[in-house]
Design a protein around this ligand. Structure first.
Ligand code: SME
Length: 162
């Protein structure tokens, strides 16, 4: 892969995620450093799809607290409690949460007022520990669906178990 981040935004979703997942593996081959990997994944998601925000909230207190980073995009909220907002819900329930309209998600945390839809997936390592969530925010309604859920889950499963 060249050093340029590919543009996945005009591809059909299944193809976009297949390519993104392949490109991430190529770029991060042999890299055993979680911060480097999370920063690279954030950059590839953010620039590759052109969304508003893409990045991680890490578990800093198990079952209690998430803290932002690495990420790309507008300023993210620094800390989110388990159970709060979309990220805290995905963390507490350990499931991917797809939100077609953030204004209809009770407790949504608006770090950036232009966010309209969102997807968040838990990152669970090989020992079964939740280490982070991966969040992507869009400025458009209904950006994410089941195909995005499958694509992002493939991505975090590879990242967490590599
Ligand atoms: N909207 C998220 C907060 C994180 S950001 O938007 C970057 C939530 O409700 O958890």
């Amino acid at each position: 892969m060249s050093e340029q981040i590919a543009d996945y935004s005009n591809l059909p979703k299944v193809e976009a995620w297949t390519r993104l997942n392949a490109d991430v593996r190529t770029v991060l081959e042999g890299i055993d450093d979680d911060v480097a990997a999370m920063a690279t994944i954030s950059a590839m998601l953010y620039h590759g799809f052109g969304h508003l925000w893409a990045g991680f909230y890490r578990v800093v207190e198990p079952d209690r607290l998430l803290r932002v980073g690495p990420y790309q995009g507008s300023l993210g909220c620094l800390e989110i409690a388990f159970g709060s907002g979309v990220c805290g819900t995905a963390a507490a329930e350990r499931r991917t949460v797809v939100v077609p309209d953030v204004n209809r998600f009770p407790g949504h945390i608006a770090c950036d007022a232009s966010a309209r839809s969102e997807i968040v997936t838990p990152v669970v390592n090989g020992k079964g520990e939740l280490t982070a969530v991966l969040d992507i925010d869009s400025e458009h309604l209904e950006t994410f669906d089941d195909e995005d859920a499958r694509g992002i889950e493939t991505l975090v499963t590879w990242f967490a178990r590599r």
